[in-house]
Design a protein around this ligand. Sequence first.
Ligand code: FAD
Length: 330
Amino acid sequence: MTRIAIIGAGLSGLTAANSLKDYAEITIFEKARSVGGRMSNRRAEPYFFDHGAQYFSAKTDEFKAFIAPMIDDGLVKSWNVRFAEIEGRTIIRERRWDDEYPHYVGVPNMTSIAKHLSRGLKIELGTRVHAISKQLDKWSLTDDLGRSLGEYDWVISAIPAEQAADLVPSSLSIYPQINSIKMEGCFSLMLGFDHALPLDFDSALVRGEDISWISLNSSKPDRKGGFCLLVHSTNSWADAHRDDDRDEVLQYLCEQTSLVIGHDVSKADHKAVHGWHYANAKKRKGDTHFVDTIENIGVCGDWCIQGRVEAAFTSGSDLGRRVLVELNKV
Ligand SMILES: Cc1cc2nc3c(=O)[nH]c(=O)nc-3n(C[C@H](O)[C@H](O)[C@H](O)COP(=O)(O)OP(=O)(O)OC[C@H]3O[C@@H](n4cnc5c(N)ncnc54)[C@H](O)[C@@H]3O)c2cc1C
């Protein structure tokens, strides 16, 4: 059977794996201790945070069909809450999200979608692929310590653009395109409170500040735990401050949040910050994935299309289909 190594257990890698698993022997390598990538969550009991993707929409029929069984199983639910647009530190527009244009979340957290997709797959967690090289007609993968991770007929990279450009050989025909795409960072501020704050919104887009998003994570469906806020910095602020001392980042984002919501958050019961070097990618037209059919290597990820959950699905699904064609399975 064809052996395929997939690097990355975010939504794009898991989607590609599920498309291919009946036709090839798949091994997924994931550097983190859990699956989900940027659709993951943090726990600091009694507080729970989706610190990456906040929600997602479904525009294409294929993605709608993909999430339909998860909706039936209660694994994905609509987050129907009070949404506000904040500018000049005041709410300039507000509306209620509803089922007419659903804003979906994983239940009981974002990671549950990836966990569901991981069932039955062979996933090596805590394994960072450090290098890949082609010897004769096989790809060899090695980890951080130089240990072999095996030989494969195909390799699929399902990791952020810059990390893919570091890993795939620069001699590949698809390399210049991969290397031309730059992603943007983001800081996630996680705040847990032992009492509820009287907010006029549950989710808010913020303009004109160094923070861009505030959500009441505990207002998402079926969340356990205490009152907690999740705040995102703007991508530009994160890129300008990516190497700053984390305590200073945390303090600054707390100050920004306090100013925007009109409540002092510095006394929160729980405060933490997470930095994403590669959080977001601008919308681009063209290929939804990249593939070199001479060398048997494919590259997918949200960034091929746009920094969105649905884009990660589309990229992984399209690449999976393309590899099946190459394997003469469709
Ligand atoms: C702060 C933030 C907010 C967001 N908000 C939203 C939102 O509200 N709505 C929305 O639709 N989208 C949002 N997104 C984007 C969404 O999360 C992504 O589009 C999607 O999760 C990307 O999936 P992916 O599989 O392409 O990549 P990832 O989820 O990044 O998966 C890549 C995986 O590869 C692993 N990896 C990397 N390098 C290696 C290696 N060398 N070896 C082994 N494993 C490796 C990583 O650990 C990771 O698990 C947000 C993202 C962030 C960070």
